[in-house]
Design a protein around this ligand. Structure first.
Ligand code: RP5
Length: 170
């Protein structure tokens, strides 16, 4: 196993599923499951220890509301922990963002953005952590970057052509 993905609830999967294609793209093996820091603390502990024993390099923790999952996991393990704050409940993700990112010194959590972009970036960040130690992952990351560059270049061409057609008129 390369990555353990813990979600505080099955309701978090709707957003976290957006990370899955990136694990495939970068050739990373991920275990994706549910364990809640509040509702099932023992399960969180057991999952983290099992992942360490299975050779995981990174743990992703996704949770909403009072999102303590990433911080708790970072307290248990010395593996790097990526926190994905999710919008759930009255405060629309701001609660989860602050709960995840504002860690006390000594117990770091690498926090990505709220929601789908954060879910995707969490998987890409795993690849960037593992890539320097695994050439196939580094190669897949390089190809991904080339693909993005080509997409932006094509979009720029399209916009420039539109502007030229309009003759700079607003
Ligand atoms: C958090 O509370 C979970 O991570 C989820 O985002 C939120 C709501 O959970 P459910 O009530 O949908 O299970 O712990």
């Amino acid at each position: 196993m390369d990555v353990l993905v813990l979600m505080g609830s099955s309701s978090d999967f709707e957003v976290m599923q957006h990370a899955l294609p990136f694990f495939d793209q970068f050739g990373l093996q991920a275990r994706v499951t549910v364990a809640s820091a509040h509702r099932t603390p023992q399960r969180v502990h057991d999952e983290v220890l099992a992942a360490e024993q299975a050779g995981a390099s990174v743990i992703i923790c996704a949770a909403g509301m009072a999102a303590h999952l990433a911080g708790v996991v970072a307290g248990i393990s010395n593996l790097p922990v990526i926190g994905v704050p999710l919008a759930s409940g009255a405060l629309d993700g701001l609660d989860a963002l602050l709960s995840t990112v504002q860690m006390p010194a000594g117990i770091p959590v690498a926090t990505v953005g709220v929601g789908k972009a954060g879910a995707r970036n969490s998987a890409i960040l795993c690849a960037r952590m593992i890539g320097p130690h695994r050439p196939a992952v580094a190669k897949a990351l390089a190809e991904y970057r080339l693909g993005m560059n080509a997409k932006v270049a094509a979009a720029a061409d399209e916009v420039e052509a539109l502007v030229a057609q309009r003759g700079n008129k607003v």
